[in-house]
Design a binder for this molecule. Structure first.
Ligand code: IMP
Ligand code: MG
Length: 178
């Protein structure tokens, strides 16, 4: 285990099994729908890379960049689009692939923004849900794991751009950011 990690929450194997389960569900739900999976940069890319390989249906992928954090561990409350979605999603089935829902501000913003482009359907697939950090009814169609209200890194999630490459998901030691 990396020296800056307090505790591993989900191992590589835990993640693999959950991704396969979600892949089966999504493949069933989106059969013949040719969905566009939009990953939110940068945290969502590792999850996207794994989830698409667990799907056995035709899909397309796209990326959007949103910034709300900077190098702090608390949401700034200001959400900004740093990379727009460049393909036409009108009348298409869209599934947002996001790393973690903390306050819910980012997903709320992205959902409203993409809804304005008139997709046929718009749903969310979230890797981690920080239970208790946001309003309960945020509407995640697919979710891999619940996590405690701590700062989480690994499997795409960073602190100050580090730890994204850890193959597991863990709690970052407080002394690293306090
Ligand atoms: P929200 O807008 O507060 O829901 O924050 C969502 C975004 O903040 C996520 O997409 C992450 O990029 C980042 N974030 C929130 N909590 C964590 C965490 O515990 N570790 C790493 N990134 C986080
Ligand atoms: Mg993010």
């Amino acid at each position: 285990m990396h020296k800056d990690i307090e505790k591993i929450l989900f191992s590589e194997q835990d993640i693999k099994e959950k991704v396969e389960e979600l892949g089966r569900q999504i493949s069933g739900d989106y059969k013949n729908k040719n969905p566009i999976l939009i990953s939110i940069l940068k945290g969502g890319v590792v999850f996207l890379a794994d989830i698409i390989r667990a799907l056995d249906i035709p899909i397309e992928i796209e990326f959007m960049g949103v910034a709300s954090y900077g190098n702090s561990t608390k949401s700034s409350g200001v959400v900004q689009i740093t990379k727009d979605c460049n393909i036409d999603i009108s009348d298409r089935h869209v599934l947002i692939i996001e790393d973690i829902v903390d306050t819910g501000l980012s997903l709320n913003y992205i959902t409203r923004y993409l809804q304005g482009k008139n997709p046929k359907s718009l749903k969310m697939c979230v890797l981690l849900d920080k239970v208790g950090a946001h309003e309960p009814d945020i509407g995640m169609a697919y979710k891999a794991f619940d996590v405690p209200n701590e700062f989480i890194v690994g499997y795409g999630l960073d602190y100050d751009e580090k730890y994204r490459n850890l193959p597991y998901i863990g709690i970052l030691k407080k002394e690293i950011y306090q």
